[in-house]
Ligand binder design. Structure first.
Ligand code: FPP
Length: 246
C-alpha cells in the first residue's frame, strides 16, 4: 500500500492503536518478552513517521495499561526503562518531525524519575505544531471514566456545577482526552479482537481495524492499509445510507 493511493480528503484526524503481540513475536524469534518490546519501538517510530506523512493530527498509542502493572516485576521494570529510554532518545527526531508529545493516564503511579523525564520530554516538544502523539501510560478507559466522575462530583459538592449542567460535553471536558477529537479509527494488532479497557467513552463511533500482524512487524505501510480500509467504509452514525449520501 502506498501513500499516494489514499484519498487526501478522507484521512482520519485521530487514530488510536492497541500495540499487541510483542511477547508472541519474541517467542517466535526464540527470545525473551523484553526483546519483543524493544523491537516494538521500531514499529512505533515507523508509524509516527507515517502518521505525520499522511496528515493524521492525533495518534494515541496504548503503551502501558493499568492492567500491565500486574505483569512480572522484571517485565514491568524493563518496559518502564524501555519507554523512558525511547522517549528521551527520540526527542530530537520528534522535534525534527514537528511532533508534539502528550501523555494520558495515571501518571502519578510512575516512579518520580520516570515522571520527571516524561514531563521534560513533553515540555521539549510543546511548541511543535504537527502530529500530536499521545502516549497512554498507566491508562485504562475505566480509570479515565472514574477520574472524570470524581472531578465532576467534587465540583458539584463545591457548588461549582449543578445537576442540569451535567451533559455529554461536560463529561468530555473532564476526560483525560479533553480537547482531543474522538478517534475515527482504532487499530489492534496481533489478531486479538478486544478493546482491553482502552478509550471506552471515546470509541463510541470509531471504526475498528484488526490485523494479525504482530506489533514489532507493523510498519507505516500497514497503517496506510488500515486507512485505505477505513476509507472504503460508510460511517452512518446511526442514520441510514440514504441520509448519509444525500
Ligand atoms: C503488548 O504486547 C505491548 C505492550 C504491553 C507494550 C507496548 C510498548 C512498546 C511497543 C514499547 C515502546 C512504546 C513507546 C511508545 C516508545 P504483549 O506484551 O501483550 O504481547 P503478547 O500479547 O504477545 O504477550
Amino acid at each position: 500500500m502506498v501513500i499516494e493511493e489514499l484519498k487526501k480528503n478522507c484521512i482520519p484526524r485521530h487514530v488510536a492503536v492497541i500495540m499487541d503481540g510483542n511477547g508472541r513475536w519474541a517467542e517466535l524469534h526464540g527470545n525473551d518478552r523484553i526483546y519483543g518490546h524493544r523491537q516494538g519501538v521500531d514499529a512505533v517510530r515507523s508509524i509516527v513517521e507515517g502518521a505525520g506523512e499522511v496528515g493524521i493530527k492525533y495518534l494515541t498509542l496504548y503503551a502501558f495499561s493499568t492492567e500491565n502493572w500486574d505483569r512480572p516485576k522484571n517485565e514491568v521494570n524493563a518496559l518502564m526503562s524501555l519507554l523512558v529510554d525511547a522517549i528521551v532518545k527520540e526527542i530530537e527526531n520528534l522535534n525534527e518531525k514537528n511532533v508534539k508529545m502528550h501523555a494520558i493516564g495515571n501518571l502519578d503511579s510512575f516512579p518520580s524519575d520516570v515522571q520527571l523525564k516524561l514531563a521534560e520530554a513533553i515540555e521539549k516538544t510543546s511548541s511543535n505544531t504537527g502530529l500530536n502523539l499521545i502516549l497512554a501510560l498507566s491508562y485504562s478507559g475505566r480509570w479515565d471514566i472514574l477520574q472524570m466522575v470524581k472531578q465532576i462530583v467534587s465540583k458539584a459538592i463545591n457548588g461549582e456545577i449543578v445537576e442540569k449542567q451535567i451533559n455529554e460535553s461536560l463529561i468530555v471536558n473532564h476526560l483525560s482526552t479533553s480537547g482531543i477529537p474522538d478517534p475515527e479509527l482504532l487499530i489492534r494488532t496481533s489478531g486479538e479482537y478486544r478493546i482491553s479497557n482502552f478509550l471506552l467513552w471515546q470509541i463510541a463511533y470509531s471504526e475498528f481495524y484488526f490485523t494479525p500482524i504482530l506489533w514489532p512487524d507493523f510498519r507505516k505501510e500497514n497503517l496506510f492499509e488500515a486507512i485505505a480500509d477505513f476509507q472504503r467504509r460508510e460511517r452512518r452514525f446511526g442514520k441510514t445510507s440514504e441520509q448519509i449520501r444525500s
